[in-house]
Design a protein around this ligand. Structure first.
Ligand code: A3P
Length: 345
């Protein structure tokens, strides 16, 4: 009898033990394989310590799940109506600068429970054909969200395209505008690297950066070269200031977002009047990628795609020096206008 009871107990312990080990193995396997999954998952586990300004998390947790379902095309019209889902025009736009870290900024802001990102670059305001389709077309491109959430989109071409400030002003004159900048010469080289990669993929020949950035006739900086022009931040910003006061802009330090993202994100939360909800827990350094990656909870995390963080070609130091000297006065003006100073050479 005693022997039978002991055998039964051993059997039970064995089943329980197997279940526990099985669950643990499943969890480990998921963590290892979900690096690039959509960052939509239970909200509760996605955040560290909470602030007093609570956003209704339980509700959001459920809602985010539903938003995800709808993006996958599984939610019905009835569900959308029942849960009060809407496609809202953006309350904030990351207008640039190309290669400044616009994707990282958008993805990191999307960690906030009150933010919903438009995943694709919509190019509504810079593309005449899209703009001609009207504001309803633009709104329909936005993700589903709850009325208390804010939608953010990013299209870096907005910053440098002539017609865009007036067009955005016509949509919403009080919209918040985010500009992420990097040291101008590094940004120009990053810009070149991206174009170069595209040309190489198509088996096209391309000039060296030095040849494009410096005019061979004058030996001066070639201001006709787009990668150089884009880095003259103050010139572009001045066009925007004809429509929007400087208070409507927030400048993000793209170089610091790479090395120390949290304080930069906290400044953005403040600018957007959002309660501080992104924490160090949500960001972890991935030594293999050489960048910070995003942690949504114990199971879900992701790094940016490999096209972010390319290795730049080596550039002649005299060209770098020339470019830095060229950008210097424009940078000074940029600091003066924005009130944000960088240690750019
Ligand atoms: P490089 O490829 O020159 O390194 P954008 O999204 O505007 O195209 O900017 C791309 C840049 O974002 C990359 O430039 C990279 O340095 C920067 N970046 C910032 N944070 C990053 C992150 N966490 N992961 C990958 N790239 C990041």
């Amino acid at each position: 009898m005693l022997f039978k009871q002991q055998a039964l107990l051993r059997q039970k312990l064995f089943v329980l033990g197997s279940l526990a080990i099985g669950s643990l193995l499943y969890l480990v396997a998921r963590v290892g394989s979900l690096d690039r999954l959509q960052p939509l998952c239970p909200i509760d586990g996605r955040f560290g310590p909470r602030s007093q300004d609570e956003i209704p998390l339980r509700a959001l947790q459920f809602k985010r799940g539903l938003l995800h379902e709808f993006r996958k095309g599984n939610a019905t019209k009835e569900q959308i109506r029942l849960h009060n889902l809407v496609q809202q025009l953006p309350k904030a736009i990351i207008i640039g600068v190309r290669k400044g870290g616009t994707r990282a900024l958008l993805e990191m802001l999307n960690l906030h429970p009150a933010v919903v990102k438009a995943s694709q670059e919509i190019h509504f305001f810079d593309n005449d054909e899209n703009y001609a389709k009207g504001i309803e077309w633009y709104r329909k491109k936005m993700p589903f969200s709850y009325p208390h959430q804010i939608t953010i989109e990013k299209s870096p071409a907005y910053f440098i395209t002539e017609e865009v400030p007036e067009r955005i002003y016509k949509m919403n004159s009080s919209i918040k505008l985010l500009i992420i900048v990097r040291e101008p010469t590094t940004r120009a080289i990053s810009d070149y690297t991206q174009v170069l990669e595209g040309k190489e993929r198509k088996n096209k020949t391309y000039y060296k950066f030095e040849k494009l950035a410096i005019d061979p006739n004058t030996c001066e900086v070639n201001t006709k070269y787009k990668a150089v022009r884009t880095s003259i931040y103050t010139k572009h910003l001045e066009r925007w200031l004809k429509y929007f006061p400087i208070e409507q802009f927030h400048i993000v330090d793209g170089d610091r977002l790479i090395t120390e993202p949290l304080p930069e994100l906290q400044l953005v939360e403040k600018f957007l009047n959002l309660p501080p909800r992104i924490s160090q827990y949500n960001l972890y350094f991935n030594a293999t990628r050489g960048f910070y990656c995003l942690r949504f909870n114990v199971v879900f995390n992701k790094c940016l795609a490999g096209s972010k963080g390319r290795i730049h070609p080596e550039v002649d130091t005299s060209v770098i020096t020339k470019l830095r000297k060229f950008f210097h006065p424009f940078n000074q003006k940029f600091y003066q206008i924005t009130g944000r100073t960088f240690n750019w050479p």
